[in-house]
Design a protein around this ligand. Sequence first.
Ligand code: FAD
Length: 293
Amino acid sequence: MKIEEAIRLSRFTTFGTGGPARWFASPESVDELAVALRFANEQEAGVAVVGLGSNLLVADEGVDLLVLKLAGELASVEVDGERIVAGGGAPNAVILHRAREAGLGGFEFACAIPGTIGGGVWMNAGAYGGDISQVLSRALVVSPEGAGWLTPEELGLTYRHSDLRHGQVVGLVELRLAPRLVVAIRAAVAELQAQRKASQPTNKRTFGSVFKNPDQELTAGRMLEACGLKGFRIGGAQISPKHANFIENADGARTEDAVALMVEARRRAHEQYGVVLTHEVEFLGVAEVPPVR
Ligand SMILES: Cc1cc2nc3c(=O)[nH]c(=O)nc-3n(C[C@H](O)[C@H](O)[C@H](O)COP(=O)(O)OP(=O)(O)OC[C@H]3O[C@@H](n4cnc5c(N)ncnc54)[C@H](O)[C@@H]3O)c2cc1C
């Protein structure tokens, strides 16, 4: 495993923005992951993982961190009866494919979540009433202090949240699925993907839902739409004309353009509805959304 320097992170994010990581490595086993974490410890550097970068805004200036992209055994998928063992870097799409081949259902909800299973555990990703906590038996979390298997309860999985912190890496997961006819899995996935395509900008560079849905009747998307924000643009980023809780990289956007749009969206939602929207997207580096004034 090589530890490289100054690798641009924009190519690892679906939004396509972000500056370089001070250090970058692709560990392929739990042992290599431990070596990488020890390196960061020696350098007194923070550590973060990029999965498929589908929920990630990286600071334009880059990040003073060791950034890890899991590979090899840490991105592989094995089916064992009704159990799936996958590396934290395994894409949901590959897990779903292997589950379908094996006639295992329960992971269909993830067909519309274009990330890795490790990124999914990080924020208990979910859609259409399903989420990672419902299929996860346990996850191997590796940190500078050592490695241990944690259950969904121990991970603190709730709505789009876990208690994980940067430096704790989901190296492996065990999923528990249930037998289902392959044709039924195929039909369910086709139906969910059609619903997605009809309502969300699936063919644009986005980072998924910008804000979590508030505890209100109106979703964040409907609220921002009612604030007249569809199509609103700052720099190269625009609020999706199709769904107001998505920001598209319309033309050479920078992370700061997306953040400026988020600040404006939160200001308007607060002004019109008295609601303080909280972001679902994760930040790496100094990018952040300041409090609503
Ligand atoms: C078009 C589109 C639609 C989407 N729809 C949904 C949806 O319906 N539901 C939903 O929940 N999300 C959705 N998302 C958001 C995103 O796909 C999910 O949050 C996904 O789980 C992120 O996984 P990732 O591998 O891309 O993580 P990244 O975006 O790479 O990282 C997200 C966070 O997880 C951390 N992380 C990643 N891997 C690990 C690991 N192995 N160990 C520890 N931490 C890790 C990162 O450090 C970061 O903090 C959508 C995104 C897009 C672009």
